[in-house]
Structures are given as C-alpha cells and as structure tokens.
Design a protein around this ligand. Sequence first.
Ligand SMILES: Cc1ncc(COP(=O)(O)O)c(C=O)c1O
Length: 393
Amino acid sequence: MATTPAFNPPTRVLMGPGPSGANPRVIRAMAAPILGHLDPEFTRIMDNCRTMLRQVLRTENTLTLATPGTGTSGMEAAVMNLVEPGDKVVVGVAGYFADRICQMAERAGGVVTRVTAPWGSPVDPEQMRQAIRAAGKVKLVAVVHAETSTGVQTPVAPIAAIAHEAGALMLADCVTSLGGVPVEADGWGVDAIYSGTQKCLSAPPGLSPLTMSARAADAIRARETPCNSWYLDLGLLEAYWDDRRSYHHTAPISMIYALHEALALVLEEGLEERWARHERNGRALQLGLEAMGLVLHADEGYRLPVLTTVRIPEGVADAEVRGALLKRNSMEIGGGLGDLRGKVWRIGLMGESSTPGNVFLFLSSLAKILREQGYAADGRAALSAASARIAAG
Ligand SMILES: Cc1ncc(COP(=O)(O)O)c(C=O)c1O
C-alpha cells in the first residue's frame, strides 16, 4: 500500500484580513451529497441563494448571483462587463485593492483616472467630483467600501450621488464589508457591488456575490464589443442563474451549499444585530489596543470595526510577533500590505471570528509577546477597556 502524506490542518483562530472562521453548519453543508448542476433540487438551492443574497445586499436587483471564484472574480466580472475600450473610469484609490480595480479597468481598455488618498484615509468625494468633471463623460466610478489594506471605510452613498449626477455608473467593492458593516445596495444607489464569501459572511473562499442595478444590466446589454472575459461574462452567467438554466460552467456545488448556509445564518442572526456585534467587538479591540499604548493607523471616524490596522511600535519585530501568535495561540493576524508592509498589523474580526473571547485572547496574548520584545504594553488596561466597551453593548 502506498504511503500518503499526512493531512492535518490545525484549528486556527482566524483574525487576519480573511479568511475568517466558518460556522460548523457551513462546513457540514459542504459535506452534503453532490448534486448535478442542473438538478432541480440544486437549482432550487441556487434560487434560494439569490433570494437571500438580495436580502443581505439590501437590493431588489434582478441581476444578483455569485460568480465562481474568490472576491477577485466578482471584481473582474464587474469591471470587464462594465468597461469597454475607450470608456472613462474614475477610481478612488486609498489602498491596495482599489489599485487592482484600476489595473483591471486598464486591461479592459478603459481610460482610468486615479483619485488618490493617503493609505489610512477615506476617498474624498469632492476630489472625486472634480476628477469626474475634468474627465468628462465618465462611464464608471468605483471605490472600495472597506479597504482591507488600510482598515478604512469610505462612505459610498455621497460618491454614488456624484457619479449619478454625471451620468456615470457606480461600482463598490464590498468584499470585506458585506455581512459585517451596513451595505445598502439600493439605499446607496449603487449600480454594481461584489463581495467575497470568506470575510464577514464566514464561508470558505470560493464565490463572489455580485449584484447589478437595472441601469448597469442595460449598459452591459448595450455594449458594442463582447465582454473580454468569457468565463465571467454576466450575460452568459445570468442565463445559467435564471430560469433559462443554460449550461455555462459546472457550478461549484459544495460552495453554493456553503453560501446558502452562510446567508441563512446571517439572516437568522439579523442584519442589524450582526452589524451591531461587529461594531461592539471591533471597537472593543480598538479601545483595548489604544489602552495598551498602541496607535491605530486609520483615520478616526472612518475605522472599520471588522478590520483594524495598528502601527507596529518602533523596535518590535513584525514577523516574530505574528509567528509567536501563530505558534503559541494558533492565532493568525495579518501583516501590512503594499505601502504598509512592515508598518502595521491587520487584525480582522469578521463573521464567526468576531467574538468577545477572540478580542480578549488576542489582547492578552499580544501584550505578553510585546513585553517580551521590550515594549511596555499594558495588558491589564487593554482588557479592562475592551471589556467595558463590550459591557456597554
Ligand atoms: C477589499 C478587497 N477586495 C478584493 C479582494 C480580493 O478578494 P480575493 O482575495 O477573495 O480574491 C480582497 C481580498 O482580501 C479585498 O479585501
């Protein structure tokens, strides 16, 4: 008999920028029997996913589905379908992921204007307005709602209003926000949103929920050139997700099961209650970090509760701290990305991972490791600040 490699993934406390921990109900759903991708029982599950997705995204949009692939697939689907060669695109760039949108829009042949903001601040609506005016006849305006690289939240509604005044479509990346902080597709007047399963929805990575307004769907139908991506052509994808059930790809069956259960869990908890839980735990973590003596990186008033960036104190070894958390506590946090590499830690409290227990465990573990590194972290003050915030509800 052949000897095969051991397979023992450990249980981690996932407090990085994603993936987050998945609920056991989601994991169990993935062990359900595989159905054919056109089996009526399976397409009923797809329909339920669409209905629940609309509720979680707060939209009535017909064109609502999940693209096969991680969050980047939703980003690529949105950009490739909405941008044609020569189209003008204005993107608010205040972090790593907005730059990825620009790169994709350029690959689609778009003429891109980047409106930049420091990595730690939100995108400025007035600068967006000026750039949109200067560009003239803009087709698409895009921002990242929750920048996972910086921990900053950019309010989308004011920028959507500016885009619409100029006759442009509005796209928002809600990969890190959906299911954790308020996302109101229709309320904000956004034309396109994509997200990911592995952040605040707490399913494994592998699908990207996506919704498009009627205006965006019309713009896709009115394209002069076919979408540059065949796999992510929303016209073709929709013909599989709607009643036509026209074969396009073999759906990732078990991931659709996972999405189904993850969405059901969100709705059973209640969206408002879920947002409040993320807010409470996130603010408790941030108050705890400050009480410990550390400095939060993101601008006050725009800090995401689901992803906190904290500056690494002078003289503290980034990799050693993260390594010790992983080795001793089986706890993952993220290092800085792009411009913030080596400068900040990124601590996620998303979905299942957003618990008071994780906040306390992280704060006490970090304080101990920092003290070993020669930084006088006040662990007691951190825990008492965090528990006071949690007790306040
Ligand atoms: C804001 C944002 N957009 C897009 C992505 C890309 O998603 P994925 O890594 O699932 O492809 C991420 C991933 O972290 C993200 O945080």
